[in-house]
Write a protein that binds this ligand. Structure first.
Ligand code: ADP
Length: 695
């Protein structure tokens, strides 16, 4: 509805900072929340990716450990078969020993093989050629080697192979190693006839079975269930993070734990491609958030600037005394400013959306609707040219307004409606009326002043006809008195003569009375106040009208009045009364300027001629030429100032009124010195062109 987005009851400036602060706080808290969420999500993702990778490594290690245990178990079982096979053919100890030595050459994990009888007495034995072990031969031959004895006892009970717990055995070079015995009972017809004892080096077992698949970063060891390390195959490279997997090697009679440690680099932030990818995406996300924050900050700044601009514009609108109103292209009112509401007395709510405005006087609504429709159909008024109209206030009073209209163009350059500015000109009209009335009163006063001046002239002028009338009347009466005596003989001719004289006296009386009447009428015509009117008159008529009055004063001052009217002049369009007064004033001023004893040659010229045309319109120039004292410079400067006069009995209004009157007619009044002496006052009036009649 409101194209300017300005509610007439927009927020008060005092509430603005609080509202702005609250909006800013809400926005910033939302942004902080978003940033916190994104950051925590990223950290979680990176952590999860790291964990996933660790679990992958752990799984692989678990698999490797299980594989290693399976390999060892398979090797132990295969060795059991080999040990069994040693006693397959005959019981010759030398041969057994040779076969055992062969076996020991192949199976490096076996350190020693013994063949014992059912009472565990040693029959033959062979030792590995690879390691130099300090065998406690005495213990072994005496059948008291505790591990061997215990294991075989266990094997006897199980009637199957049994393993001993590990024990420490010194090596010849001074070092030691953990050993483990396996005892395999040999049966014949369900009876145990002997035992084969194999001695494993745990270290060698690891070397032969695990080392070939062992990466450099892994470490494998046999440990006891309580964690005591028995044999270790070390990693050549150690990182900062270790993964561990353990697997039980459950053997009959003994349980070992195979432990595998895998060394890795520090739990890096970018452990693998997945994490790196997630991290890259996170960086991109953070960058986008940063760009968003920057963009948001810019938006905030723009919003703040916009808010300031709106507040500024609102303050400007509120301070306006000019009413503003916008209409959309359908003619509905879409915006009004407070000044307009005050002007018409309606609230914005009562006006917005209306197409027939409530401030249109009902008697003019038709005209206004037509004018609005013509506007909407695209007839734009000339820019900056206002037109007057009459509006109605809510209380029903009418008032004049001056309207300026302009098309409303939006930011896309589209014409969306009309914006109008209204000026209430009731006060201006009232002032004009007052000024016009006072002007008229002033003119009337000036006329009366002139009349007052004329009164003396009038009385002087009237004495002549009145004296003439009186003397003619006296003469007539005397003649009538003579007629009372009886007529003498021959007096008919005399009587006839007397009647002739009497008629002549009566005619003279009538003439003089007419003359007196004309004098009085001319004054009365002049004084009679009339409404201003424009008439088409001939210049000569104007001159003729003022001539009797001019002559009145001229006779008194001994001035000769001459007229000079160019033949074939066009008529002029003027208010004759006012122009006559101008002529009279100028003539009177001219005559007064010559009223000085040293001026003998007193002549006043009333001249009318065609003015030099400066425009296409033709003008007629009226001039009053006197042979008076002329106008000194200091007087000329104030000549047209009201109430400026150099005469004791003057009012100083004559010339200022003359100029007003002439300018009201569109003409121009000016003065210039006259050669050899005196002044020329000239004014112009527009000549009447027949085409003007229609205007
Ligand atoms: P007023 O006649 O009452 O003095 P005006 O406005 O008619 O008022 O004239 C103002 C003054 O201009 C006069 O007092 C006179 O000094 C001077 N003035 C006007 N017309 C003439 C003239 N034709 N020659 C010389 N002085 C003049």
């Amino acid at each position: 509805m409101n194209p300017l987005n300005l509610s007439p009851t927009a927020a008060l400036p005092a509430r603005w900072p609080w509202r702005r602060w609250r909006t800013a706080w809400r926005r910033w808290s939302l942004w902080s929340l978003l940033v916190a969420l994104v950051a925590s999500m990223l950290i979680t993702m990176v952590w999860l990716a790291g964990r996933y990778e660790a679990s992958q490594v752990q799984d692989k290690l678990e698999r490797d450990t299980a594989n290693a245990v399976a390999d060892i178990r398979a090797a132990l079982n295969r060795n059991l078969q080999d040990l069994q096979a040693l006693n397959a053919s005959d019981n010759d100890p030398a041969e057994w020993k040779a076969r055992a030595a062969e076996l020991l050459q192949v199976r490096r994990e076996l350190m020693r093989v013994e063949s014992r009888d059912a009472d565990l007495h040693i029959r033959a034995h062979a030792e590995t050629p690879y390691r130099n072990v300090q065998w406690e031969d005495q213990l072994r031959t005496q059948n008291t080697h505790p591990e061997a004895v215990l294991t075989c006892t266990h094997a006897r009970r199980l009637n199957g192979p049994a393993y001993s717990p590990s024990y420490f055995q010194l090596l010849a070079e001074g070092m030691g190693t953990e050993m483990m015995e396996v005892c395999l009972p040999l049966t014949q017809s369900g009876h145990i006839v002997g035992f084969v004892i194999g001695t494993y080096s745990l270290q060698s077992l690891l070397i032969t079975q695990v080392s070939k698949n062992l990466p450099r970063t892994q470490e494998v060891s046999f440990t006891e269930p309580d964690g005591t390390r028995l044999a270790l195959l070390g990693a050549s490279w150690r990182g900062t993070r270790m993964f561990t997997a353990q697997q039980l090697l459950d053997l009959p009679g003994s349980t070992l734990v195979l432990r595998m440690d895998s060394w890795h680099r520090a739990p890096s932030v970018f452990p693998n491609v997945l994490t790196a990818l997630v991290t890259l995406m996170s960086i991109a996300l953070v960058s986008v958030v940063a760009v968003l924050v920057r963009d948001n900050r810019r938006r905030l700044r723009a919003e703040r600037d916009l808010g300031d601009a709106l507040a500024f514009r609102k303050a400007m609108e509120d301070s306006l005394v000019t009413g503003l109103r916008a209409r959309d292209l359908q003619g509905h009112i879409s915006y009004v400013n407070p000044a307009f509401c005050t002007m018409v007395g309606f609230t914005a709510e009562e006006l917005l959306g209306q197409s027939i405005a409530p401030y249109w006087p009902p008697e003019r609504a038709d005209v206004y609707t037509r004018r609005r429709d013509s506007r909407l159909s695209g007839h734009a008024p000339p820019p900056r040219e206002g037109h007057e109209s009459i509006f109605m206030r809510k209380d029903g009073t009418r008032f004049p307004v001056l309207i300026f209209e302009a098309p409303l163009i939006n930011a896309q350059g589209q014409h969306t409606g009309w914006m109008s500015a209204f000026i209430d000109i009731s006060e201006q009209k009232r002032m004009e009326e007052i000024s016009r009335a006072s002007q008229e009163r002033l003119q009337a006063t000036a006329r009366l002043a002139t009349v007052g001046e004329m009164a003396s002239l009038l009385s002087h002028e009237l004495t002549q006809p009145l004296a003439a009338i009186s003397s003619y009347a006296t003469g007539s009466l005397n003649m009538l008195a003579d007629g009372d005596t009886p007529p003498a003989a021959g007096s008919e001719a005399r009587l006839h003569q007397q009647l002739q004289d009497l008629r002549m006296a009566m005619e003279r009386i009538s003439f003089q009375a007419d003359r007196a009447g004309r004098v009085i009428k001319s004054v009365r015509d002049f004084v009679r106040r009339r409404d201003q009117s424009r008439e088409v008159v001939q210049a000569s008529e104007l001159i003729d009208a003022v001539l009797p009055l001019v002559s009145l004063q001229a006779r008194k001052l001994g001035v000769r009045v001459a007229t000079e009217i160019e033949p074939g002049l066009p008529p002029v369009l003027c208010d004759p009364t006012m122009i006559e007064q101008v002529l009279l004033n100028l003539a009177r001023n001219g005559m007064q300027a010559m009223d000085s004893p040293e001026i003998v040659e007193r002549e006043l010229l009333l001249r009318v001629r065609r003015a030099a045309a400066s425009t296409r319109r033709s003008w007629v120039e009226f001039a009053v030429v006197d042979g008076g004292s002329g106008i000194p410079q200091h007087v000329a400067e104030q000549l047209f100032t009201p109430f400026f006069t150099t005469r004791d009995e003057g009012m100083g209004l004559g010339l200022s009124l003359c100029r007003t009157v002439v300018e009201q007619h569109g003409g121009h009044l000016q003065h210039s010195p006259h050669n050899p002496r005196g002044t020329v006052f000239a004014f112009t009036l527009p000549a009447h062109a027949p085409a003007q009649m229609g205007q």
